[in-house]
Each structure stands twice: as structure tokens, then as C-alpha cells.
Design a protein. Structure first.
Length: 304
């Protein structure tokens, strides 16, 4: 699925917001207030510009004798709209490094706004032959008929299922997740990792970490599904804006790609089972994570 250079150059305004699946990327007149939401597990970073920013704290780990320590590792949506005060909150949280899973196009159009004291590493997870970002550019700019063709009749849901399988089966995607796991284990303090909405690439990365720590499957899914609550207000504002501009007539077509679904995470875990036989094999063979790195993760992230 390709898109012309001319079309790429017109990714502006509210349309670009949906293409990037970017929370709170609408004009102030359209933006809905961000509610304070209690996620099933994990404390919010309370960043109005990044409503899906939170830590993984409180989730029980292997044997039930420990849990993920407060403020030890963070997940987030894009940090391209942070105010000075919000940037200071990252410093106050003790974050020493940020990992960005976004593609070069995503980063180029919406670069993170970060405090100078926190370095960022780019570890892009994207398929150059089927770029998620450009696929939705084509959908938005093509208008209602193209949107129906690309996303209707369950195609949006299936696209996401296939995407989650790809994150497991693609060697380059695996190498980036592997590098991120090692970075989190070896950094000299808390790391924050993010993509654009903080729900898919970030959601799978969180599932990898929590699985490696021995968290119960139900808790992993609770943490994953919390993105729906965290992003609800900004997603609605984005869709309302696109409808108001006449770019979208059936917003329900975009719901499968703006949210998360248990089926999506199932697809990743199923792909792990089919390709590697077990999660432990995926960790060691698929990601190249050795026992010493898992031990370092547990020492750093797990407490009583």
C-alpha cells in the first residue's frame, strides 16, 4: 500500500492527527477535556498532552511474592506536545532515557519535545512495505468510499490482528523489541518507551516485559486494555473533528484502529506459540534475551 509524495506532503491539520493515531492532536476548539482515569494497574504520569503515559507499577509478578516497583519503568503515547511543566514531570519521575518505537515519518512529523537532560533512542518498529502510518493516510485522504474499502466489513479489525502477528514474526521488529528489553535492563534508572498512541507497539512491549517478569496473563491484559479508557476522550475529539471537516462520514470504521482489543493481543501471543512453542523460547530464541538479562530485569523492576 503506497501513497504518492504529493499526498504525503499534505498530511496537515486534523487529518494528520488521525493518520498518526495521535491523542490530543486536535485544535483547542475541538479538544475534549482529559478525564482523570484510574487504570486497572499502573500510575498515570498525569500528562494532559499524553493521556496514555503511565508506569507499570503494582502488577504482581512470578509466584505472587513481588510486584512491579513504582516508577521503575514507564509506557506512553507520543511526547510531541509536552509543555515545559510536563517535560519537568518526566525529570521529576526520575526517567533517565526514552525509547521511541515510531517510524521515521512519524518522528519527522511529530518530534518529541523532551527535556535536554533526558536522552532518546530511536528504535523504529514499522514495515517499510506496509507502513501503518501511510496506510491510514491513504484511508483518511481517500474519503468515505476508500475508508469503506480499506476498513469496512471487519477489515480494520483484521488489519490490526495481522499487525500484531507481524510484530512477533518479523525479524526486524523482534530485533528492536530485543534492544529495548536490554536497554531497560541495563539503563542506570527508569526508562520510558513509547510509540504514537502508546497502545500497539508500546502495548506489545509492555506485554513482553510483564511476561518476562512472570505477571499473570489477566493482569497483562488489564494493563493493555487500559489504553481504551485513557485514549477515549482524545480519540472522540479527533473523530469529531474529522467528521466536522467532512473527511469522515462513518467514524465507526476507525474504532478498531484507534482502540485496542483482546483479539489483537491474543494474535501476538498466538504467534509466539506457533512460531516458538512457548514464551520462554520466544524470549531466548526470538528476542535473544539471556538469563542474565531476565535476572537484571527482575532485580531492577520487581520489589515486595
Amino acid at each position: 500500500m503506497t501513497i504518492s509524495r504529493a499526498v504525503r506532503g499534505t498530511l496537515t491539520g486534523v487529518a494528520a492527527a488521525l493518520i498518526a493515531i495521535t491523542p490530543i492532536a486536535v485544535t483547542p476548539a475541538l479538544a475534549a477535556p482529559v478525564p482523570v482515569l484510574q487504570t486497572p494497574k499502573g500510575a498515570s504520569l498525569d500528562l494532559p498532552s499524553a493521556p496514555n503515559a503511565r508506569d507499570l507499577s503494582g502488577i504482581p509478578t512470578q509466584g505472587g511474592d513481588g510486584k512491579v516497583k513504582d516508577g521503575s519503568v514507564f509506557r506512553s503515547d507520543a511526547l510531541n506536545k509536552l509543555s515545559d511543566a510536563e517535560q519537568q514531570q518526566l525529570v521529576s519521575a526520575g526517567i533517565v532515557e526514552i525509547i521511541d518505537f515510531r517510524s521515521p515519518t512519524e518522528r519527522g512529523q511529530n518530534p518529541d519535545k523532551l527535556p535536554a537532560s533526558i536522552p532518546e533512542k530511536s528504535m523504529p518498529v514499522y514495515d517499510p512495505n506496509n507502513d501503518f502510518y501511510l496506510f491510514f493516510a491513504k484511508a483518511v485522504q481517500g474519503g468515505p468510499a476508500v475508508q469503506q474499502q480499506l476498513l469496512g466489513d471487519g477489515k480494520g479489525h483484521q488489519y490490526m490482528v495481522d499487525y500484531y502477528k507481524w510484530m512477533v514474526t518479523d525479524p526486524t521488529a523482534r530485533s528492536q523489541f530485543s534492544a529495548a528489553v536490554k536497554e531497560i535492563a541495563n539503563a542506570n534508572g527508569p526508562v520510558l518507551f513509547h510509540c504514537t498512541a502508546g497502545k500497539d507497539r508500546t502495548g506489545w512491549m509492555s506485554a513482553i516485559l510483564l511476561s518476562a517478569l512472570g505477571a499473570p496473563k489477566g493482569q497483562i491484559y488489564n494493563n493493555y486494555l487500559a489504553s481504551n479508557d485513557n485514549l477515549a476522550a482524545s480519540n472522540k475529539a479527533t473523530l469529531d473533528g474529522l467528521v466536522a471537516k467532512g473527511l469522515v462520514t462513518d467514524p465507526s470504521l476507525f474504532e478498531p484502529v484507534l482502540g485496542v482489543d483482546r483479539d489483537y493481543l491474543d494474535a501476538s501471543f498466538d504467534a509466539v506459540q506457533q512460531s516458538f512453542g512457548s514464551f520462554d523460547n520466544f524470549l531466548s530464541q526470538g528476542l535473544g534475551i539471556d538469563d542474565a538479562t531476565v535476572a537484571a530485569l527482575k532485580s531492577k523492576l520487581v520489589g515486595k
